[in-house]
Design a protein around this ligand. Structure first.
Ligand code: F6P
Length: 329
């Protein structure tokens, strides 16, 4: 970048994630420490089109570390995906004198970032989604809090399933990925965990798991289903048809997206916010801040968008090994 950075915009886009507020706070305070002004763009990329902004400073982002959701609001903008929408967004950037944008969100947010960068506005991305499904980073802000929320809910479900000697089928979010389900499934000691990355063999993955658990003396069962596998209600029906027990189905849904961010999410978000602004201050841009092997890294947006994240084989094996009567071969 040829010109010194004087003013940047920050926005949150796509599905919200606990930790977005700490990331915004870190962007604003780091920018202030470099003498850079920050403008908050409300409602994601859509706000850049409609010029929906708020001036932010170190004081105005105070007391936001522990707040779930996003103080900047968020949206998924179809208009920004069209060249006309992006031209309007460019006009807003010029009008406000923005030298760069920090975009906090998931894959869709970064696709938008790439398009805007092609119009000459440098963008730095911060990965935030409870799905933890972004290729260029092994952690996305919000995942830890969502896991803890799901675990807390499932622990409570287990109490009542145990009292009534029932089977529980719980659907967790994750879009097309099984990271959330697998992590949560390991942490709650699920009878079975179904993820979209492994084609479902109902007899082996569900019926045999429940049967083995029953034969070992258990009278309640916990089946964790990633939403990408399909409807937990359908899984419940099949269990009833094939084993004769009458499961209770719970879809955790958007509750997983709320709540105060965990320590990990606050700390990671704060560091990512710092690294994002530092990149701009040192004359770099058009990258995503990721974590790889415990370190913060900058990955060029274009390259980042080609990277795929696959479900960890090792973690899947661990989950399998914890199941009663499982065989690794
Ligand atoms: O990407 C986050 C996520 O919560 C996914 O897990 C889920 O599939 C989706 O967003 C739900 O989106 P919406 O809030 O639009 O219903």
């Amino acid at each position: 970048m040829d010109r010194p950075i004087k003013r940047i915009g920050v926005l949150t886009s796509g599905g919200d994630a606990p930790g977005m507020n700490p990331a915004v706070r870190a962007v604003v305070r780091t920018a202030a420490s470099y003498g850079i002004e920050t403008i908050g763009i409300r409602r994601g990329w859509q706000g850049l089109i409609t010029s929906d902004f708020v001036k932010l400073d170190s004081t105005s982002v105070g007391h936001t570390l522990s707040r779930g959701g996003t103080i900047l609001y968020t949206a998924r903008s179809d208009e920004f995906m069209e060249p006309k929408g992006r031209e309007r967004a460019l006009t807003t950037c010029k009008m406000l004198g923005l030298n760069g944008i920090v975009a906090i969100g998931g894959d869709g947010t970064f696709r938008g970032a790439l398009e805007l960068s092609r119009l000459g506005i440098p963008v730095v991305g911060i990965p935030a989604t409870i799905d933890n499904d972004i290729g260029c980073t092994n952690y996305t802000i919000g995942f830890d809090t969502a896991c803890n929320t799901a675990i807390d809910c499932i622990d409570k479900l287990r109490d009542t399933m145990q009292s009534h000697e029932r089977c529980s089928v719980v659907e967790v979010m994750g879009r097309n990925a099984g990271f959330l389900a697998l992590y949560v499934g390991i942490a709650v000691g699920a009878t079975a965990v179904l993820v979209p990355e492994h084609p479902l063999n109902f007899e082996k993955d569900v019926v045999e798991r429940i049967r083995a658990s029953r034969l070992s003396g258990n009278t309640h069962f916990m089946i964790v289903v990633a939403e990408g596998v399909g409807s937990a209600v359908e899984i419940g029906k099949r269990i009833k048809e094939e084993i004769g027990i009458d499961p209770r189905v719970t879809v955790l849904g958007h509750i997983q997206r709320g709540g105060a961010p965990s320590a990990r999410d606050r700390e990671t978000a704060t560091r990512m916010g710092f690294y994002a602004v530092r990149a701009f201050a040192e004359g770099r841009g058009n990258c995503i801040i990721g974590t790889q092997e415990g370190k913060m890294v900058e990955i060029p947006i274009e390259e980042a968008l080609t990277m795929k994240r696959t479900l960890q084989k090792e973690r899947y094996q661990v989950m399998k090994a914890m199941q009663i009567g499982s065989h690794m071969t």
